[in-house]
Design a protein around this ligand. Structure first.
Ligand SMILES: Cc1cc2nc3c(=O)[nH]c(=O)nc-3n(C[C@H](O)[C@H](O)[C@H](O)COP(=O)(O)O)c2cc1C
Length: 365
């Protein structure tokens, strides 16, 4: 299937506009998810193995590979992903108010760099509509909800932003295996507001008053300065945050490990990069947070996972789970199964009887 995807389907798909292809994939995936016979293809994609199973924060994961926030913003694929071998999914990012996002085009593929420039602007149907939809469904894998401040020029100041996020969280107070606070969406109105520790403290203190039952993660950008990361870790500790998603896309072009000529094709004011150009930064951040906190927080590693080796590197750096989007687009839907079966081999080769033993193995000294 990998050969067919890379040599047949991908070259054809890559001739078309990325957002159109994404929309078609979502429509097709939604239909597939409703089919009763989806169990027919499930064995092809599912690598059931005890070595990959973990219980983290009371949530059971059959394997560590999840779909990252941003691919399934409006929760179209929740009924399909388990049959494709995913261990979990993060829907969203979802904002309190619906948002139509930035004007198109807002996605660019960079094949040489193996990344995607994203300038979506957080389009989604809004917390109320999506909660109504999700609340009616049953799931065969854990589902996390990514919550973000509404992208609106009218909601950029703290006194508007905090109630906006709190409203979305209240709507989702009874749904989701975990919640991720996406404070790191670049190129949106008020972007970076919650990197400021004073602002984040106000938000987290309001969130703590909600007494949410779900564990909360904070999603960070890969290009934050270390002092700022340390301040956020301190606040996470104070407000009993369970973990971090490391990381989001990278905004600073000088830090992107990308092909310079390809980069020039996209206006620098637009978008941030996913995929391989973010991998090194994401791995460094995972390693830094794991070493600094000695495994106190659960880390979901994200950025540039294109193979089992890439996933394993993140796990050994300190991630308990991994997420991906860009690898799926460049490598094909069989990637999840390849990662899981590859992880089983890599873990056994290193003498581990369960994935949990490998977490942080390279960050312990
Ligand atoms: C098309 C696209 C849309 C994204 N939208 C979101 C989003 O809404 N919320 C979010 O937290 N991250 C979003 N991201 C970032 C991803 O969740 C992920 O952190 C990043 O792409 C790195 O992983 P990858 O290299 O496997 O794609 C988006 C990424 C892509 C490619």
């Amino acid at each position: 299937m990998r050969f067919f995807y890379k040599n047949g389907l991908r070259p054809a798909i890559f001739l078309f506009d990325p957002e159109k292809i994404h929309d078609i994939t979502l429509k097709f995936g939604k239909i597939l998810g409703t089919l009763h016979f989806k169990n027919i293809w499930s064995p092809l994609f599912n690598t059931k193995n005890k070595i990959l199973e973990q219980e983290i924060l009371g949530i059971k994961f059959a394997n560590p590979v999840g779909l990252a926030a941003g691919y399934d913003k409006n929760a179209e694929l929740t009924q399909l992903l388990g049959s494709l071998g995913f261990g979990f999914e993060e829907v969203g990012s979802i904002s309190n108010l619906p948002c139509s996002g930035n004007p198109k085009p807002r996605l660019w593929r960079l094949p040489k760099s193996r990344g995607i420039i994203v300038w979506n602007g957080l389009m989604n149907k809004g917390a109320k509509t999506l909660h109504e939809k999700l609340d009616k469904l049953k799931f065969d894998i854990p589902v996390g909800v990514s919550i973000v401040k509404t992208n609106s020029p009218e909601i950029t100041e703290l006194n508007e932003a905090v109630p906006d996020v709190i409203s979305a969280l209240k709507i989702f107070s009874n749904f989701g295996d975990y919640i991720t606070l996406n404070i790191s969406c670049p190129n949106t109105a008020g972007d970076g507001l919650f990197y400021n520790p004073k602002n984040l403290k106000i938000l987290l203190s309001r969130i703590s008053e909600l007494k949410l039952k779900q564990p909360i993660f904070i999603k960070l950008p890969p290009d934050l300065n270390i002092k700022n990361v340390d301040e956020i870790i301190d606040l996470a500790r104070e407000y009993k945050i369970s973990g971090f998603v490391l990381s989001n896309i990278v905004k600073r072009r000088d830090l992107m490990d990308a092909d310079k000529d390809e980069l020039k094709m996209v206006d620098p004011g637009r978008g941030s990069m996913s995929g391989k150009p973010v991998e090194k930064l994401s791995n460094e951040l995972i390693s830094y947070v794991y070493k600094k906190t000695k495994g106190e927080f659960v880390i979901i590693g994200c950025g540039g996972v294109f193979s089992a080796k890439d996933a394993y590197k993140k796990i050994r750096a300190g991630a308990s789970l991994i997420q991906l989007i860009t690898g799926l687009i460049f490598e094909g839907p069989q990637l999840v199964a390849q990662i899981n079966s590859g992880l089983v081999e890599l873990l056994k080769k290193d003498g581990f009887s369960n994935i949990s033993q490998a977490i942080g193995a390279d960050s312990r000294n």
